[in-house]
Design a protein around this ligand. Structure first.
Ligand code: MSP
Length: 647
């Protein structure tokens, strides 16, 4: 007999920046599924964590002037960091792994060695294109317009001695696995993987690097660090104690693995991951589910685009449950969804404030008003009740079918059909008219009881989505113990006949759309750059003493032994090349500037810099954003001739 066990994971997050609402979406979805399975009586292991190695982190730490470990510690465990965010969002993970944890490091070294010893990892030389932000190697044929097919950013040529994993050897079994149709879902992702990656030919995968050091060292070959994706993927096994002594529930949960991942990392989870597991002789995951992205204005959220939405701000304004609900209710899990503040507010107002919140407050208010809070035991049924009672008994099955397929938004639709039916039942039965007639007390009590039963069932099914609100609502409708269990969510007549309600606070207050949009706008605007005050006046005659002219950059090179300086040879229109040195190497590469039309001030005294003459200064626009200096060289249209004077 199959054990009722369930192991579910989120991707482990890169602590390279603060997390945004897109990351929160994935974790809330996984949390909802984990809570659902617990509700159904499963022994659940829910894992999340952080993926802390790699070149990107090393570079970011260097920029910030701290060690990589200090850098990730701040983002993971610091105030307002990843752990705080999951606590705020009421994420019920059972375990949290950091890939810098000692037990994981040791286990990865053992795993790497095992694949080396079984001949699936071999030493070679890597020559190819590498995307630093994605930590991914790509073949020429995989590039899109010469850029990374995942993020669209430029890739760099990289060549180094490296270890390779024999991914090509596993092309056939991986394709067969994908073709089963159950391993990878939704189904559309299967064709994408087979057509885009397997059919063009799977090449062996470079699995070690020597050009940076922030990674897990290959213990039998110093200088090599394990490719970050090998390190990251095996977290799912090491967090259960695979090849380490920290935990010992690998055998217990491994046969029940389910991975929830974003669509851009499906390739790693459905091709590379099973191939490595096959190489290790390990059982394969039951399911990889690739969800879509939350997008804004049709594009991916990213810090560089300035369109990331802060979950802390949204949770503070709307409440954690309202935010969780919105994410799961609005966007079909599996497809992309366009995030807008308007949609967020209207979803909360319609579903939570109007439909659910109203049903709870109207029902409890009526029981208090008509019966002083406790229903009498007498009943009088009516044919009008049949439809609602039928839905009380049948909604759980429909919901279960959708939840099992991770169609979370459709499962919610089923619950809301019940809630809407109950609201309609109030209009049909008109309790305020029954209340006027003393002889209809039993009928009125029956109507109230049916409403409370409909609410009880709806709330049990909503618990995985909005756990805190359901707990409050259960207290209001007088439901507790067995009445709030999965087993009783398809049964009518569970609340005691003489149930007592306690009208409480409004669960989901209605939001004033216009006012809230205005408030949110303040947060959505990027921080205004610090603008320096205007300097005291100078006379126009003094201004004209500055000889500023258009110049063409004839050549540009980095000054040896200087990190900052670039040496320019300029055509200033005089016929004699002019040399200027400028400290802008941090912002520009020399080869990108040759041929550009720029502006220089020429009548400054000659300055010696690193032993070389500089005859003037190039003009740039500078400003400070978030404490960081930004510089833009003034670059003009090429039609402006050299020597033209600025006035
Ligand atoms: N570190 C890897 C995962 C390794 S798993 C062995 C990684 N980390 S990530 O922080 O970049 O992304 C974590 C997850 O967040 C991914 O599943 C990604 O798809 C998801 N999301 C990031 N932005 C998102 C949206 N805008 N919308 C939905 N999900 C998003 O990838």
């Amino acid at each position: 007999m199959e054990e009722k066990r369930f192991y579910i994971t989120t991707p482990i997050y890169y602590p390279s920046d603060k997390l945004h609402i897109g990351h929160t979406y994935c974790t809330v979805a996984t949390d909802t599924i984990a809570r659902y399975k617990r509700l159904c009586g499963y022994d659940v292991m829910f894992l999340t964590g952080t993926d802390e190695h790699g070149q990107k982190i090393e570079e970011k730490a260097k920029e910030a002037g701290v060690s990589p470990q200090e850098f990730v510690d701040k983002i993971v465990t610091g105030k307002g960091g990843i752990l705080d965010l999951w606590k705020l969002m009421n994420i019920s993970n059972d375990r949290f792994i950091r890939t810098t944890d000692d037990y994981h490091v040791v286990a990865i070294q053992r795993i790497f060695k095992k694949m080396y010893e079984n001949g699936d990892i071999y030493k070679g030389a890597y020559k190819g294109m590498y995307c630093t932000p994605c930590e991914s190697f790509w073949t020429e044929s995989q590039l899109v317009n010469g850029c990374c097919p995942d993020c669209g950013r430029p890739v760099k040529y990289a060549e180094e001695e490296a270890y390779f994993f024999r991914l090509s050897k596993y092309a056939k079994p991986v394709q067969e696995l994908l073709e089963t149709g159950t391993f990878l879902q939704p189904a559309s992702r299967v064709n994408e993987m087979i057509n885009n990656f397997i059919k063009p030919g799977l090449e062996d995968l470079c699995v070690s690097r020597t050009s940076f050091s922030w990674g897990i060292p290959v213990d039998f070959d110093p200088g090599h660090v394990v490719y970050v994706w090998v390190d990251a993927l095996f977290n799912y096994a090491t967090a259960l104690g695979f090849l380490n002594d920290r935990y010992d529930d690998f055998d217990k949960y491994w046969p029940y693995v389910h991975h929830i991942v974003g669509k851009e990392i499906v390739r790693f989870h459905s091709i590379i991951w099973p191939a490595m597991l096959m190489s290790m002789g390990m059982k394969l995951p039951n399911k990889v589910y690739g969800h879509g992205w939350l997008i804004i204005d049709g594009g991916k959220m990213s810090k560089s685009k300035g369109n990331v939405v802060d979950p802390y701000v949204l949770a503070e304004k709307f409440g954690v449950d309202a935010l969780r609900f919105f994410l799961m209710r609005t966007f079909p899990f599996g497809s992309d969804g366009n995030f807008t503040n308007e949609l967020l507010i209207s979803t909360i107002n319609t579903d939570l404030a109007n439909d659910l919140g109203n049903l709870v407050s109207r029902t409890t208010a009526m029981v208090e008003k008509y019966f002083g809070g406790t229903l009498p035991a007498e009943r009088e049924t009516d044919a009008l009740d049949e439809d609602l009672l039928g839905m009380i008994k049948s909604t759980r099955d429909k919901y279960e079918e959708q939840m099992e397929a991770f169609q979370l938004h459709v499962a919610l639709e089923e619950v809301f059909k019940l809630i809407q039916r109950a609201n309609k039942y109030i209009d049909e039965t008109a309790p305020w008219i029954l209340a006027k007639d003393e002889s209809r007390k039993a009928r009125l009590a029956t109507v109230m009881y049916n409403l409370l039963e409909a609410l009880r069932v709806a709330l049990v099914l909503l618990t995985p989505f909005i756990p805190e609100s359901c707990e409050k609502a259960f207290a209001q409708i007088g439901a507790q113990g067995e009445a709030v269990t999965w087993d009783k969510a398809n049964v009518y007549g569970v609340l005691p006949a003489t149930v007592t309600v306690h009208k409480g606070e409004t669960l989901f207050p209605r939001i004033d759309m216009a006012k809230m949009l205005q408030e949110l706008e303040k947060h959505d605007k990027p921080a205004a750059p610090a603008v320096k005050p205007v300097l005291p006046d100078v006379s126009i005659d003094d201004f004209y003493k500055n000889d500023m002219r258009v110049c063409k950059i004839l050549s540009c090179e980095a000054v040896k032994k200087s990190e900052k300086l670039l040496k320019f040879t300029l055509d200033d229109g005089s016929g004699t090349p002019r040399q200027i040195l400028s400290g802008i190497h941090k912002f520009y590469e020399p080869e990108d500037l040759v041929g550009k039309t720029v502006v220089a001030i020429l009548n400054l005294p000659t300055r010696k810099m690193m032993g070389q003459d500089s005859n003037g200064m190039l003009l740039s626009a500078v400003r400070e954003v978030d404490g960081k200096e930004e510089l833009h060289l003034l670059i003009l249209d090429d039609s402006v001739p050299a020597g033209a004077q600025l006035c």
